[in-house]
Design a protein around this ligand. Sequence first.
Ligand code: PLP
Length: 407
Amino acid sequence: MDNIDIQAIRAAFPILKREVNGKPLVYLDNGATTQKPQAVIDAIIHYYSDMNSNVHRGVHYLSQISTDAFEVTRRKVQEFIHAQHDHEVIITKGTTESINIVAQCYGKAFIHAGDEIIISAMEHHSNIVPWQMLCEDKGAFLKVIPMNEAGELDMEVYRTLLNDKTKLVAVNYVSNALGTINPIKEIIDLAHASHAVVLIDAAQAIQHIPMDVQALDVDFLVFSGHKMYGPTGVGVLYGKEALLNQMPPYQGGGDMIKEVTFEKTTYNELPFKFEAGTPNIEAGITLDAAIDFIQGIGLEHIKKYEDELLAYATEQLLTIDGLRIIGTAKEKSSVVSFVIDGTHPYDVGVILDKLGIAVRTGHHCAQPVMDQFGIPGTIRASFALYNTKEEIDALVAGVKRAVNMLI
Ligand SMILES: Cc1ncc(COP(=O)(O)O)c(C=O)c1O
């Protein structure tokens, strides 16, 4: 943990000083959303105190500085994910909206009856349902890459699923329910060899793993601001310019048009073609501060530190009798999902909450994953760069206490 000054990092997050139920907060629900550093909170206050104005439409001073700040974020994201052009970065509400844009717009133009779309057995509902809706609409078929008991994708079966009917592959980089890091470069290369385009759901990767869309050669990459220390209500759809240009717009409204008459409307250029209406300006502008925060520490340092937390948590939790970790892939990100014989995840979660420990319990919006493991849900601890080994000790002690109370 050499390169991380954990106390300085914790001090940057005001919420970490609060108590919950009379106990110091131990926040281990970072997969659901991360806490926000003071720099992001300050940026939000600054926006409303000094800049508030609509973007991309006013000639007046405030509108210009808001527009400039919004576009600074776009360029910051471009650099952060190494996109070739800033107009390949579409600012959306979040991962869910980004996936829906691709499903509806790419789907409308390019998916036809009999085509096949491949997803994986470990997707979040937001990377399942939009494709099911598209398939239903178009008479296309959804195929699923299975996974083994460790929660690793079966790449041999994936190879056999790919064929000349495969038009699109949509897979998460990191599973929110299991923590598995998928071999996405291989997934992308195999899909491209079959002339299919690839969407990578990076909602659980962008805050842990350096991203280079050009090196990956990925067609679409999606993620949310609120899981990367940024504000809620903002996310990103990265798409290759050529593909975005061939797709029809998502919603009609202001900003996405060039000219409107009652006879015909012409659409705006990228990225505005996909950004109808007033965006979440505050969140769009302040996502910049979240990226600065991450870059100030460095993703390689963050990953190394979180890997140590993951290894420690795994080792310590396994000392508890009857505890089984769900998701034991060789390549994992900082998520530990577990069940304990004779207890229900919800009951354990409630007791942990009384101790000030925030974990997520349930199916984590990944019901098919729970079905495969034959369980109703798990208890999930997901770590961020401000978590500590002491907090993991508190979790382990809390789980032991819960087990004593429940069994
Ligand atoms: C892997 C994955 N994909 C998609 C989503 C949906 O993200 P959002 O609710 O921010 O749109 C989540 C949220 O937990 C996720 O973990």
